[in-house]
Design a protein around this ligand. Structure first.
Ligand code: EPZ
Length: 436
């Protein structure tokens, strides 16, 4: 007898593991640099051409928010977009759009900077436990805005305009650093951010702004100085390569074995990842804008502790945990940024992984047999982790939740298939009762 639940279509990634990877893979522009720069165009009130923009759903969503609010957004080719924010209007972006991603907090900084007021719905994004925005609020308040939270919206108003100030962050937050840069670039006087985030995407945002006529110094160090300017102009700007996408392919090659050259990257940004893979016994060859990973799948366990840049990136920890399931010996992975970034380990356990999580530390005993299973992407990098495990495991894996993976990886299935992986996407109709 038919059940009362109508079947729904779900997309899956199917991987038959055990194929080595060979060839070249080209890396897209960096999602986490593209997102702040897209919102930064609001402050230019003019036409910007952004090149090397990754075609991932978070970027498309951000462009949609700008378009919905009056900006003109035109794709020139697959990775180049022209954004004209002259007619961008003050307003409240649709809640269902902003609640889908974390980067929608950048609309706050951009609106405050341009209109001295903002109203934005509570942001979404990957669930790593508590994700406060107290530092963003502290930054806006230091510049003269009053901030309140009501009915799921964050409201800010700077009645007397924004005036530069000295702001100290207890935690080096990427998002809060971006937001203060957005809010202060047109403010009166000098803003100094102390204990600023030092990530390459912060430097990219400063470079974008300076190309538009801003006066920002110190990006890439822990003290950023923003001297407000009266006006910005448009520019053409190329986004830096995505070090996390690059790192994900490097770890995939290490775990699955083979020889893969990761192209269109900045090797300096990859140092922590390259060093850790070398420590695991994987051969790494570095070139001007490429890295080759050569792996015979013999890896040894290592210790990893994630830290703000230039420390080991938290956004690479799940992928490494997946690879370490195939390494000899015991590995310890400690998360230094997020409260709870280990949900993906449940999925790896379904494949046979021996992982113990206590607090913010995972202990992985490598060498247990890993076999394909029905698993899901619980968050963006956790999704990349199950793909890596499935590539190296024996047998077939079915991965659901792939829309989460597509938030940050463009065409990952075809890119891996081109390297020789037995991987494809399909769509099946299932009863809601059978969704894992
Ligand atoms: C950015 O998130 C990235 N997202 C994340 O990448 C990344 O994991 C994270 O930086 C750390 O590198 C984007 O760039 C869109 P934070 P963000 O503010 O800005 C605490 C991915 O996979 N904190 O630097 O939200 C916070 O709890 C994503 O691409 C406060 O205490 O991170 C955390 O412990 C996932 N108060 C630490 O700071 C605040 O007001 C760092 O967070 C804000 C943050």
């Amino acid at each position: 007898m038919a059940d009362n639940f109508e079947s729904v279509a779900i997309d899956r990634i199917i991987i038959n593991g055990g194929k080595k990877l060979y060839g070249d893979v080209y890396i897209e522009g960096m999602k986490n640099a593209a997102l702040p720069i897209i919102f930064a165009t609001i402050l230019t009130k003019s036409k910007c051409v952004i090149e090397n923009l990754p075609s991932v759903s978070d970027v498309i969503l951000s462009l949609r928010i700008l378009k919905d609010m009056g900006a003109s957004v035109k794709y020139i080719d697959d990775t180049t977009v022209e954004i004209d924010t002259e007619n961008f209007e003050y307003g409240t972006a649709p809640y269902d759009l902003v609640s889908k991603m974390r980067a929608s907090t950048y609309l706050l900084g951009a609106e405050i900077g341009r209109f001295q007021k903002a109203k934005v719905g509570w942001p979404g994004g990957c669930d790593f436990g508590v994700r406060p925005i107290d530092l963003h609020i502290k930054g806006f308040e230091a510049l003269g805005a009053k901030v309140s939270i009501e009915s799921g919206y964050i409201n800010a108003l700077a009645e007397n305009g924004l005036i530069g100030n000295q702001i100290y962050f207890d935690v080096a937050s990427v998002g809060a650093t971006v937001n203060v840069m957005l809010a202060s670039v047109l403010a009166e006087g000098l803003t100094v951010i102390e204990n600023a985030a030092r990530e390459p995407h912060i430097v990219d945002l400063a470079n974008f702004f300076n190309t538009c006529g801003a006066n920002i110094t110190g990006a890439g160090t822990s003290v950023i100085k923003i001297r407000g300017v009266k006006k910005l102009h448009g520019c053409t700007y190329t986004i830096i390569p995505d070090m996390i996408e690059a790192g994900t392919f490097m770890v995939a090659a290490a775990a699955a074995g083979g020889k893969v050259t990761i192209k269109n990257i900045i090797p300096k940004h990859m140092e922590t990842v390259s060093t850790k893979l070398a420590e695991m016994g994987v051969d790494i060859e570095e070139y001007d804008d490429a890295i080759t990973v050569i792996s015979d799948q013999k890896m040894n366990g290592v210790t990893i502790k994630t830290l703000p840049y230039p420390g080991f990136p938290t956004d690479m920890h799940p992928q490494f945990s997946a690879a370490l399931c195939f390494a000899d010996g015991i590995s310890v992975v400690s998360e230094g940024i997020w409260e709870n970034r280990f949900k993906y380990t449940d999925e790896l356990r379904k494949m046979g992984a021996n992982i113990m999580v206590e607090g913010k530390t995972a202990t992985i005993t490598g060498g247990f047999k890993m076999t394909g299973a029905r698993v899901k992407a619980v968050d963006l990098r956790g999704g990349a982790a199950v793909i890596i495990a499935a590539l190296a495991a024996e047998g077939t894996s079915e991965i659901t939740g792939i829309e989460i993976i597509e938030r940050g990886y463009h065409d990952i299935v075809n890119k891996l298939a081109a390297l020789g992986a037995d991987i494809h996407k399909d769509r099946v109709a299932v009863s809601p009762l059978n969704i894992v």
